[in-house]
Design a protein around this ligand. Sequence first.
Ligand code: ADP
Ligand code: MG
Length: 250
Amino acid sequence: MVKAEAVHKSFGAAHVLKGIDLEVAPREVFCLIGPSGSGKSTFLRCINHLEQVSAGRLYVDGELVGYRQKGDKLYELRDSEVALKRRDIGMVFQRFNLFPHMTAIENIMEAPMQVRHEPKAIARARAEKLLDRVGLADKANGYPSQLSGGQQQRVAIARALAMEPKLMLFDEPTSALDPELVGDVLDVMRDLAESGMTMIVVTHEMGFAREVGDALVFMDDGVVVESGHPRDVLTNPQHERTKSFLSKVL
Ligand code: ADP
Ligand code: MG
């Protein structure tokens, strides 16, 4: 579903991703961990067309991200082409980013109606199902300010799912939540994983990575230091940098 080949990203003189190679299989829950500033968000943003890679190749579902290949030449995609591709990828951020002036259900209906021009009744029916799925059927008409952080994050997940993405990216989805609200969000993510969704999850929740993850990558300073099955990496890290990081977060 995702393949990175020697992916580099620089911002001016700042070399942030320094040759990332990895593969995410369909239906896999792929966890990405690493210290702050190691390039995790930048990598997700490249997958989601929010940043253009500086060198290397990045593929989503077999298609090159950001470029069209013709013969041996690469052409940058037009904005309209990028917009089409982004529809297939759902992203959930640390901050929930719901539209504050819309109710929970309106937030979920918005993209299908605006982007896909779906009739309101169809968008509403799907949104109701999704709210039920994230355990918030009774909050359909609540505004974000009336919901807890955990509830807002579950609405944000439902909103991303409303576009029926083939890949979901989570960037520290529980880091901004009070500890007692984290579990409900992780439960929703666990359900989603069990339903077969391909997920890349940047997280500090090592319990989630161990129990739900199929693969784990430890990144530091723009490189993949270590990768493997979460249980192996977490219980038997091979590299000093991994050991040192895990000793701080476990
Ligand atoms: P992480 O998510 O692992 O904490 P980030 O991907 O957010 O790391 O950031 C990695 C590095 O890239 C940081 O040093 C950050 O300051 C830098 N960076 C990220 N985005 C930009 C940008 N738009 N312009 C300049 N530097 C950036
Ligand atoms: Mg980040």
